[in-house]
Every structure is written in structure tokens, then in C-alpha cells.
Design a protein. Structure first.
Length: 425
């Protein structure tokens, strides 16, 4: 499906509730599948990626049913099916990398497969630590399909070069069923939903700065409530900040500090975002946000901030085109290994729309404030975050734009268009 977007004249107004966090949805259904008994998950995501995890868990013998519009119940014996089978992870890197930790540490023989984009993404980052724990994984060129012969693993003390929550979670999930205590240390803090949810479900997990360790333990069935996704809220936050006359309220936004790098950047850029009613739900920080149009200024985004906003960089680039002065993003080389090469794709799209953006090896340099001319077609490359970022950029373009392959937004945010139309009425 292609989507046309025209200049937004009157700004965004109104209040919406942000749908469930994708990262936490994956973890909730995976962890519930390892727990003997019934787990109620409230506010589960309807996006394709978490549904890939649901399908994989079902293939492994877990019963998962929707009990209403937003809640699901997971019923498991706590032991997953042993037989060799294909586990289809679709487009989802989180499903493939985290499930690899689960199946390789249990008595399960299986093959993890994914779509064309996932089959090109690097898996060496998880194969290396898992192999050190004694896992048996066969691949061609460290990409999927991953043929895994699950078995008893032993603990490791692993120092990762990458700040990646997927790698960390994979190792912790393997460690949850390995001999001894497994420790994972990362160079800067990546999202910590695995640590928080394992703690909430009473696993034997300890956090010490940039290190986290886990020991073989059983988690307990408890109701899990999932907050709204900061990475989905990001598109509305950016849109309201850069489209004149906007004033919106976003309810139920996950505000875990390992995910709120965007808010830190917005504050440095002079953006007006107010946090209302901050609270804790199942160990996660949640709040409501009021966002108003603001005159932004350029900034530098690098170092420890990168993992806290890794998925928001495409929409931050759009925001930077409307900020006075230069914005530099650096140390974000891992963006080249996402659903697409997001460094070259973002630069390509924004340049075509009329922005002054230069690609670097690990980020980009954007000079604002740009008048975007638009009047062109751009391609999402089947990358959901590029499709939504291009959509928001379209609001600033003088001439209508067309985003090709827009339906990939369903991967993380099937409600996107309905919500943006509501705020735009
Ligand atoms: C995720 C971690 C991040 C992020 C991805 C979801 C997760 O990936 O980009 O969308 O749920 O753990 P990396 O761990 O590769 O940085």
C-alpha cells in the first residue's frame, strides 16, 4: 500500500492513549511461556512483531488466547515442546534473538527462520555468547536460519562490546536455565525490561551497575500490565514539536529511563514536553505527556545516549530538519543493521524531501531549519520506523509526498494512521 501525505496546516490537537510497548510485550509472552500455570497479560500489543513471538510460543506448545480487545491469557506447563520444528520469527529481531537464548538452553531441537530482512541481520552477536555457554547452533555466515540443538548450558561471565538489549536478554534467558550464575556486562546501559520483568516475576536476578547476573530459577505467575510504547509515542512527540499550532496529550507512555533518550534530546533542543502523573506499573515507570509546538535548536546526540533512543533516531532526524542550527548524531553505527540500513535510508529519504543531511559512517549531520519541498515519492524499504518518520516529514512538505510500502507500519504500530488522523482532524 502507498500513502500520500500533505502539508499539515492547523497542527495536531487532542488526547490519545499510546498502545502497548512492543519490547515488553515480547518479554511478557516469552516469560509467561516459561512459567507453569496461567498468566494474565493486560494491554498486549496488536503489532505483527509481538504476534510473531505469540506464534513461536504456540508452536512450542503454549496455549495463548485473547480474552478481550487487549488482554491475553498464557497457559503453560512451563516445559516447551522438544520436537524439531520451524519457529517463524517474521520480521522480528527481538523474537529471534531472545528465543535463541530460550531454546538453546532447553531440550529443544528447532530451526529459527525469518523474512528476507531478518535473514540478513547479524546473529553472531548472540551465537558467540551462547556458544561459550555450550550451545550448539548451526548457521551459514552467522545469519538465520539458525539450527539449534538445545541442551544443558553452563554459566559465563560475558563482557559485551555492544550495548544491545537483545543480546543481553538472550544471554539472561539462557542463564535462567544454566548451571551456575551467568553475568552479562555491557558498555553502556541498554533497555532493561528483561531485568525489571524477571525481578517482578521473582527470578533470581541481580543488577550491579552495567552488570546483571541470573541463576537457574523458576518465575512465578503474576498479572503483567504493559505500558504504552515510547517508540510509538515518539512519532507524535516529534510531530507536535515541529508542526506549528500543535498541543497534544499522550496517555500511558512507558517512561523507563533506559528508553527516554528522546525526551533528554528534546529538552536539550528546547522542546516543550511536560510529564504528568508519573507512576510505577509492574516495575516500569509510566506517565502522561503534554507536548506543544516549540522552536527547536540543533544538538549533539552520541555516547551513552544512543542505546536510550536507538529506535527513535529516524524521527529525531526529521525533527532536526526543523531545528535551528546543526544536529549531529554519532556512535550509532548499529543503525546500519536494523530492519534496513537506517543511516543511509534516513539520509536518502530526507535528502529527497529537500533536507540538508549528510550521512557519516556512524550517523549524520543535519543543518536546519529546512524548508522541505516534497512533491516526490519515497520508499519505506519495508521498514516500519522509516514509513512513520517519512509520514511525519510529509506534514512539513510544501507539496504532497507519497510513501511507498506504507503497510509495514503494522510491524510495530497498526493503529498509527487511525491515531494520527484523530489528532489531525
Ligand atoms: C529491542 C532492542 C533494540 C531495539 C529493538 C528492540 C529489544 O535492539 O532496536 O527494536 O526489545 O530488546 P538492540 O538490542 O539490537 O539494540
Amino acid at each position: 500500500m502507498n500513502q500520500t501525505i500533505s502539508y499539515c496546516q492547523h497542527g495536531l490537537k487532542g488526547e490519545i492513549t499510546i498502545p502497548a510497548d512492543k519490547s515488553i510485550s515480547h518479554r511478557a509472552v516469552m516469560f509467561a511461556s516459561l512459567i507453569k500455570g496461567k498468566t494474565l497479560i493486560k494491554g498486549f500489543s496488536k503489532a505483527q512483531d509481538p504476534l510473531s513471538t505469540v506464534n513461536v510460543c504456540k508452536t512450542l506448545g503454549v496455549e495463548i488466547e485473547s480474552i478481550n480487545e487487549s488482554d491475553i491469557v498464557v497457559t503453560s506447563s512451563g516445559i516447551l515442546k522438544k520436537h524439531s520444528q520451524y519457529l517463524n520469527c517474521g520480521n522480528s529481531g527481538t523474537t529471534m534473538r531472545l528465543m535463541s537464548g530460550i531454546v538453546s538452553s532447553r531440550n529443544i531441537n528447532c530451526t529459527l527462520i525469518g523474512d528476507e530482512s531478518l535473514s540478513k541481520r547479524p546473529m553472531r552477536r548472540i551465537i558467540e555468547p551462547l556458544t561459550k555457554m555450550g550451545a550448539v547452533i548451526y548457521t551459514i555466515d552467522n545469519c538465520s536460519p539458525l539450527y539449534i540443538c538445545g541442551r544443558n548450558l553452563h554459566s559465563i561471565n560475558y563482557h559485551s562490546q555492544l550495548a544491545s538489549a537483545q543480546v543481553k536478554s538472550c544471554v539472561l534467558l539462557a542463564g535462567l536455565n544454566a548451571e551456575g550464575r551467568t553475568t552479562f556486562t555491557e558498555p553502556s546501559l541498554s533497555r532493561n525490561h528483561t531485568e525489571l520483568l524477571m525481578s517482578y516475576l521473582n527470578a533470581d536476578i541481580k543488577v550491579d551497575g552495567l552488570s546483571v547476573s541470573v541463576k537457574r530459577s523458576q518465575m512465578e505467575p503474576k498479572t503483567i500490565e504493559i505500558p504504552g510504547d515510547m517508540s510509538s509515542a515518539a512519532f507524535f512527540i516529534a510531530a507536535a514539536l515541529i508542526v506549528p499550532h500543535s498541543d497534544i496529550i499522550l496517555k500511558n507512555v512507558g517512561l523507563n529511563p533506559t528508553r527516554t533518550g528522546l525526551l533528554e534530546v528534546v529538552s536539550k533542543m528546547g522542546g516543550n514536553v511536560e510529564i504528568l502523573d508519573k507512576r510505577i506499573v509492574c516495575g516500569e515507570t509510566v506517565g502522561d505527556l503534554r507536548v506543544k509546538y516549540s522552536e527547536l535548536k540543533g544538538t549533539v546526540i552520541d555516547g551513552d545516549l544512543i542505546p536510550k533512543l536507538i529506535d527513535e533516531i529516524p524521527i529525531i532526524a526529521v525533527m532536526a530538519t526543523q531545528a535551528e542550527g546543526t544536529t549531529i548524531v554519532r556512535n550509532a553505527q548499529d543503525l546500519r543493521y536494523k530492519e534496513s540500513d537506517r543511516i543511509s535510508a534516513v539520509a536518502g529519504i530526507l535528502k529527497k524531501l529537500g533536507a540538508d543531511i549528510t550521512e557519516t559512517s556512524d550517523g549524520f549531520i543535519i543543518n536546519g531549519k529546512c524548508n522541505l519541498s516534497g512533491g516526490v515519492d519515497v520508499d519505506s524499504l519495508w521498514d516500519h520506523r522509516l514509513a512513520m518518520s517519512a509520514y511525519i516529514a510529509g506534514f512539513l512538505c510544501k507539496n504532497e509526498i507519497l510513501v511507498r510500502n506504507f503497510d509495514c507500519v503494522d510491524i510495530s504500530f497498526p493503529e498509527f494512521e487511525q491515531y494520527i488522523n484523530y489528532l489531525h482532524m
